[in-house]
Each structure stands twice: as structure tokens, then as C-alpha cells.
Design a binder for this molecule. Structure first.
Ligand code: SER
Length: 320
């Protein structure tokens, strides 16, 4: 039986991943690890165990892992790209010192570890179209520096100590439950909220700027499917390119307008976000993930948009 700890379980991905893991493995089997000030609420709180787990505190991680006999850790604690630029030291402390703590506990207690990387692990010299799995990375952002380091440290713990580390490079994740905070790709979430509220959307990313994006259900499936994959088939580990759709602001705007023809968007480009976006891939080649663990996304821009608008409309009207 699996006993799972999710660190960062009240964040954008963590809040939905925890619920999905509980659905698949049983409520009592999945511990929601959160920090002070980001307590779980509602269903997330009520459906299973929770514990305070600050990733920067190795002893706290060790204690929860021991108490709940954890064998798998999903470590989602991180600052996103824009915030990390204003708090680089904290980004490193959470992303890398924190990862070190997680890996040390995993090494001593035999846990498997999933810690996501990102499209942010690539940089301006990376081939931008069909970015290969193995290629130059050299990111310029602190977020990217921590993500490349995450990949390397994960691989190191696997080859040196045999820790079962696995990871994906997430595109921008689009979801309708918990908002992301301080990422470059957040506009692709915010645009849906503006559309459903009937507000004009001010887009911080310039027309024509392509980035990989993914709908949350596919991101959750990818994470769980990779952790379940047959290790004999894995040539790579940290971290797999995964892709499902790539679009520029005008394309997602056009898709939303098919449903809400009066929706308006204007551009007010944020120079920091724009520079970060331009340094990231236009679209990644995810054939290694497809070949090594049968990765296959379910959603494209059209089906995601339909679902996002339906769910958000129901939520904003107070219907669940
Ligand atoms: N969504 C992240 C960001 O924009 C990228 O992985 O920072």
C-alpha cells in the first residue's frame, strides 16, 4: 500500500494533486503537507490527514515521514518565476535547500520522490521549436537556475544513492481550483477568470509569444503515471519534457471568444514577464515521455477552454 506525503499541498498543483491521489489510493493514505499561513480548507482539509511540513525544516519532514510511514513524496514547494526574481535567496532556500532536505529523508527512509521541473529550466540558447529532451538549458532566471539544479540533484541522488527520483518539466499549468501565484504563464489562467466575470482582460504577454501550456487533469495524470511507471523502461528520469498544447495570447483569446463573443482583451506588456517568456521554449518535444512511460495528454486548447468556462461559470454563480 502506498503512503504518500504531498509537500506544498495547498498550492495550485498540490491542492488538486492531493485530492486526485486520495481518490486513487485512499483518503487516509495521502498526507496534505502545508506551511503556516497556507492551511488547507474545505474538502482538502476534511478528506484526509494534514501536517505542517516546512520544506526548509528537515526534521519536520523526517517526523511526518516516520509517523505516517511515507514511501512516496510529491515535493511541490517552490516560488514561481516572477516572484523568484524578486526573492532569489528564498527561491533557492525553498527550491534547493528544501529539496536537499527531502532527498536526505528519502535516502534514509527509502522513499520515492517527485519534484517537478519546468519549461523554466530552459534559456535563450535552447532550441525553441520542438525543444529536445536533452539539449542546452542555461536559464537566466533564478527559477530556472533552481529547476536545472533540481534536475541534477535528483539525478545525483538516484545514481549515487539509488533514490527513486522522477520528474517532469511542467508547461504553464491551467486550472480552476487554486490560483497560481507569481508565474509567467499565469495570464493563461487569469484570462478565463476575466472572461467569466465579464471583465476586459489586460494581457501582460505580447501577441505572438508562444509557450507550452497544459490543463490540470493532464498534469496530475502525468505526475502519477510517471511515479507508477516501470523503472526498467526509464532511460531518463529528471526531468521529462511533457507537452499538450502551445499557444500565444491571441490564440487563447480567440478560443474564449468562440464562447463569449463580447469578451475584450488589450495588451499592456510586462517587460519582466515578456523577457522570461521569450527565453522559454515555444513548444517542447515530449517523445521520450511518450516512449518511456506512455505519456499521452487528453486535453487540447478547445476542450480545455470549454471545461474551464463551464467550471468557472458554475463556481462564480455559486453552483459547485
Ligand atoms: N508556471 C511557471 C511560471 O510561469 C512555469 O513553470 O513560473
Amino acid at each position: 500500500m502506498k503512503n504518500i506525503l504531498v509537500i506544498g499541498a495547498t498550492g495550485q498543483i498540490g491542492s488538486e494533486l492531493t485530492m486526485e491521489l486520495r481518490k486513487r489510493y485512499g483518503n487516509a493514505q495521502v498526507v496534505c503537507g502545508y506551511i503556516n499561513g497556507a492551511e488547507p480548507k474545505g474538502e482538502l482539509k476534511e478528506s484526509g490527514p494534514s501536517a505542517i511540513v516546512d520544506v526548509t525544516d528537515g526534521n519536520a519532514i523526517e517526523e511526518v515521514v516516520r509517523t505516517y510511514r511515507i514511501d512516496t513524496i510529491y515535493n511541490l514547494a517552490a516560488l514561481l518565476s516572477v516572484v523568484a526574481e524578486s526573492k532569489p535567496r528564498l527561491a533557492w532556500k525553498i527550491g534547493i535547500d528544501g529539496l536537499w532536505n527531502v532527498l536526505e529523508v528519502a535516502r534514509s527512509r527509502g522513499c520515492a520522490v517527485f519534484t517537478p521541473s519546468s519549461i523554466g529550466s530552459f534559456g535563450p540558447e535552447t532550441p525553441h521549436v520542438m525543444t529536445p529532451q536533452d539539449t542546452i538549458q542555461r536559464p537566466r532566471t533564478m527559477y530556472g537556475v533552481t529547476k536545472v539544479t533540481t534536475e541534477l540533484l535528483n539525478d545525483y541522488y538516484h545514481t549515487k544513492y539509488g533514490v527513486d527520483t522522477r520528474s517532469v518539466r511542467f508547461p504553464g499549468i491551467i486550472s480552476n481550483v487554486t490560483l497560481p501565484g507569481g508565474g509567467t504563464t499565469d495570464y493563461a489562467v487569469d484570462i478565463y477568470y476575466a472572461a467569466v466575470r465579464g471583465e476586459r482582460f489586460v494581457c501582460p504577454i505580447q501577441e505572438g509569444t508562444l509557450m507550452d501550456m497544459m490543463y490540470m487533469p493532464d498534469a496530475l495524470n502525468a505526475s502519477i503515471q510517471l511515479m507508477e511507471a516501470d523503472s526498467q523502461r526509464l532511460v531518463h528520469r529528471n526531468a521529462f519534457n511533457i507537452a499538450s498544447m502551445s499557444f500565444a495570447p491571441e490564440t487563447i483569446y480567440g478560443e474564449i471568444r468562440k464562447h463569449l463573443p463580447d469578451f475584450e482583451m488589450v495588451y499592456e506588456v510586462d517587460p519582466l514577464k515578456q523577457a522570461i517568456a521569450e527565453s522559454w521554449p515555444d513548444c517542447m518535444d515530449d517523445s521520450c515521455a511518450r516512449n518511456e512511460w506512455d505519456w499521452k495528454p487528453q486535453y487540447d486548447l478547445e476542450s480545455m477552454t470549454k471545461d474551464m468556462l463551464e467550471k468557472l461559470t458554475a463556481r462564480l454563480k455559486g453552483v459547485k
